[in-house]
Design a protein. Sequence first.
Length: 163
Amino acid sequence: MPTLPHRRQSRVFVPGLVPACLLGLVLAWMPAASAAPGATLDQVEALLRDGHLNQADHAVAQVLAAQPDSARAHYVDARVLAAEGKWPLAEDELQRARRLDPSLDFAPAAQVQALAQEVIGHRWKNPSGFAGYGQAALAALFLLVSGYLVFGMLRGRRPPPKS
């Protein structure tokens, strides 16, 4: 019985596929030797000073991946997040930095204090103003009016009192 052409191709394809998959797995797990070194905190601070917030955000993410227990890295991340207006995240990172190093002596005390005050100042601000309170007031008003109407309908269904 002659071998079909597609079977011959599969014999060649499958043995070639296995080494290719193994090579792909090995390369995926190996760190790239030719890759540029990761970002440093000094580079992140320079990007932040120059106003390149998107690049600073990516660079500080690299630093945090390499140094997750660095108080300075979390502090710089808090500064980047504050510059981006991401106040709740900035507050979290500042607290994380303080847990790792309560003194934060690597940064000027005035800068730390200014960042903390700015974060605290934005803690209770709602970006949409008082919309949350307005919605709650409308919901309460709706409940009161609905209750009044339901009460009135139920009261009207009662039989008149016998005299």
